[in-house]
Ligand binder design. Structure first.
Ligand SMILES: [Zn+2]
Length: 354
C-alpha cells in the first residue's frame, strides 16, 4: 500500500481516559450473579413463550466464531511457501492453498486470469481468486486482500504480515460465514499483483489485480451492485493499531469501531494514526463505490509510518501474532454482519420476514 500521513499541524495530545470501574465486593458480586441468572431465566422463559427467534437473527448454530489460531496456521502455511511475487511459482502454490481452504469451507471459487503490463518490463500473467457466497440479494459486499508478496532483490521476503495476514483472515472468514445466511452476496477477493515492481505503488505500478477486477466489473455492469468494499491488509502486526483512513466511508468506520468495541477490541483502531490509504480498495473507490473501509496497520514494528519492518526481511513469523489476527477477525465478523444488515434495510432487499 501507499500511505500519505495526514499532516494536521498541531498534534493533539490524546489523553486516554482511564475508565473508572467499581470493583464489586464479594457480596455485591454474588448478588449481581444471582440477578444475572434471574434475568437469563426470565429471558429463556420469554423465548420459550414466544416459541420463535427474532426474525432477523440466524439460528445460533449457524453463527460461528472467528478462530485466530486457525487463521494463524494458514498464515504460517503461506509463509512456509516462501516468496510469492506475482507470476512466480510461489504465487501459484499460494493459490493452490487458498483454493483448497475455500473448497474445504464450501465456497465456490472463480479464477480471474489477466495479464499485467508493468512499465518497462515483460507482461506478467496474474490471477485473482474470487470466492462467492450467494446472499438473499444480488447486491454485493466485497472483502479484498492480496496474496502476492513484494519482489525485493536480494531479500527472501516472505510477507508474514504484508501478504499472508490478510489472506489468512479472509480464509477464516470463509469458514465462519460458510453456513450463515447473509443478506448480501458476499465475495472474498484474493488479489494478485498488489505490490509494485518499482519501489512504491504509483498511478501506473501496483494494484494490478484489484484494478483489473474493478475494470471488469465496471464493463459487465456488476460494479453497480457493490454496496461496500472492505480492504484487509497488514493486520498481523503484534502491536496492532489500525489506521484511521481519511478516505474510508464514515458510515463503515463507525460500524467497524462499534463492532470492534463490542467484542472487546476497540483499542485496535488508532485514532491518532490518520492516513489516506491507497490499496486494493482504491480502484473500486475511483470507479464510484462510495462506501469503502481500509483496515490496515501501516505502522509496522513501531508507531511510525510505515514502520521499520515494512518491506524488509523481518516481515516474518516473529513480527506477527495469532492474537492480532483474532482481534481484527472478531471485529470483522461483527462488522460484516452489521454492514450487511445496514444494506438490507437501506435497500429494502434481502430475506425480510423469513
Ligand atoms: Zn507491501
Amino acid at each position: 500500500m501507499r500511505g500519505e500521513p495526514f499532516s494536521c499541524g498541531a498534534r493533539r495530545a490524546i489523553v486516554a481516559s482511564a475508565a473508572r470501574r467499581r470493583v464489586p465486593s464479594g457480596h455485591d458480586a454474588e448478588r449481581a450473579a444471582v440477578l444475572k441468572l434471574r434475568a437469563l431465566l426470565l429471558l429463556a422463559s420469554l423465548l420459550v413463550a414466544c416459541g420463535e427467534r427474532a426474525a432477523d437473527t440466524p439460528p445460533a448454530a449457524a453463527r460461528l466464531a472467528f478462530d485466530g489460531a486457525r487463521a494463524f496456521a494458514d498464515l504460517e502455511a503461506l509463509v512456509r511457501i516462501g516468496p510469492r511475487p506475482a507470476g512466480s511459482e510461489g504465487a501459484a502454490r499460494a493459490r493452490e492453498l487458498i483454493r483448497e481452504r475455500l473448497r474445504q469451507a464450501g465456497w465456490p471459487v472463480e479464477d480471474h486470469a489477466f495479464t499485467a503490463q508493468p512499465l518497462g518490463s515483460a507482461p506478467v500473467p496474474m490471477v485473482n481468486l474470487i470466492a462467492r457466497h450467494a446472499g438473499a440479494s444480488a447486491e454485493r459486499l466485497i472483502l479484498i486482500t492480496h496474496y502476492d508478496t513484494k519482489l525485493i532483490p536480494g531479500v527472501e521476503f516472505v510477507g508474514a504480515n504484508d501478504g499472508a495476514s490478510g489472506t489468512a483472515v479472509l480464509l477464516e472468514l470463509a469458514r465462519v460465514f460458510a453456513a450463515e445466511p447473509l443478506p448480501l452476496t458476499t465475495e472474498l477477493v484474493f488479489a494478485d499483483g498488489e505490490e509494485a515492481f518499482g519501489p512504491n505503488i504509483t498511478e501506473h505500478d501496483g494494484l494490478y489485480g484489484s484494478t483489473a477486477l474493478a475494470e471488469r466489473m465496471q464493463a459487465d455492469g456488476s460494479l453497480a451492485q457493490v454496496r461496500s468494499v472492505i480492504l484487509v491488509d497488514m493486520v498481523g502486526d503484534r502491536d496492532l493499531n489500525l489506521v484511521s483512513d481519511l478516505g474510508s466511508s464514515p458510515l463503515l468506520r463507525g460500524i467497524f469501531a462499534r463492532a470492534a468495541a463490542s467484542v472487546g477490541h476497540g483499542a485496535i483502531v488508532d485514532e491518532r494514526a490518520l492516513m489516506a490509504v491507497v490499496d486494493d480498495h482504491t480502484p473500486f473507490q475511483r470507479r464510484g463505490v462510495e462506501h469503502v473501509l481500509a483496515l490496515i496497520d501501516f505502522q509496522f514494528g513501531a508507531r511510525v509510518s510505515p514502520g521499520p519492518l515494512w518491506h524488509t526481511a523481518r516481515d516474518d513469523l516473529s513480527a506477527v501474532s495469532a492474537a492480532s489476527l483474532n482481534a481484527v477477525g472478531m471485529a470483522l465478523v461483527e462488522a460484516v454482519r452489521a454492514i450487511e444488515e445496514h444494506w438490507r434495510i437501506a435497500d429494502g432487499t434481502g430475506a425480510q420476514g423469513d
